[in-house]
Design a protein around this ligand. Structure first.
Ligand code: OFO
Length: 170
């Protein structure tokens, strides 16, 4: 059975994952409008992944006797400046998510909820991968600089980076 404190903290994370999905969906649409097919595919896939993260949390909360809440979400931006700005935003967002997961891990230890602690380890590993991926993309963008043909190749290359993981066990 989840304590009220853990239930609330997990529900807060449900909202964060849902908002992440919305932010990446907005990025996908922005890139698609500019004609960058690879980047938009990457962002659509990323948005789907965040929804999976949210669903996994919802199932866990309900399974453990809590009530997973679906709440109102903040509207994401509609413009993202340049690709560099957009991927920087993505990276910063993932760092924020990692911090939030770490805080949750802390709370699970304080509450001596080892089942939740164990459940959260999947998210801890996932965040390491997501931050590394975002850093890797930012490095590539920095190498390209202002080279237009470089961006064309990048848009093609990023298709290889689409993580199409096995859907997480829900
Ligand atoms: Fe990209 O963050 Fe979910 O967990």
């Amino acid at each position: 059975m989840l304590s009220k404190k853990i239930e609330e903290a997990l529900n807060k994370q449900v909202t964060i994952e849902a908002e992440s999905s919305q932010v990446y969906l907005a990025m996908a649409s922005w890139a698609e409008n500019l004609g960058f097919e690879g980047v938009s595919q990457f962002m659509y896939a990323h948005s789907d992944e965040e929804r999976e993260h949210m669903l996994k949390l919802i199932k866990f909360i309900n399974e453990r006797g809590g009530h997973a809440k679906v709440s109102q979400l903040a509207a994401p931006p509609t413009e993202f400046g340049s690709f560099k700005d957009m991927f920087q935003t993505l990276f910063d967002h993932e760092v924020m998510v990692s911090k939030s997961i770490n805080d949750l891990v802390d709370i699970s230890l304080q509450e001596k909820d080892y089942a939740t602690h164990n459940f959260l380890q999947w998210y801890v590993s996932e965040q390491i991968e997501e931050e590394a991926l975002a850093r890797n993309i930012l490095d590539k963008i920095n190498l390209i600089g202002d080279d237009k043909s470089g961006f064309y190749l990048f848009d093609n290359d990023i298709k290889q980076l689409i993580v199409n993981p096995e859907p997480p066990q829900i």
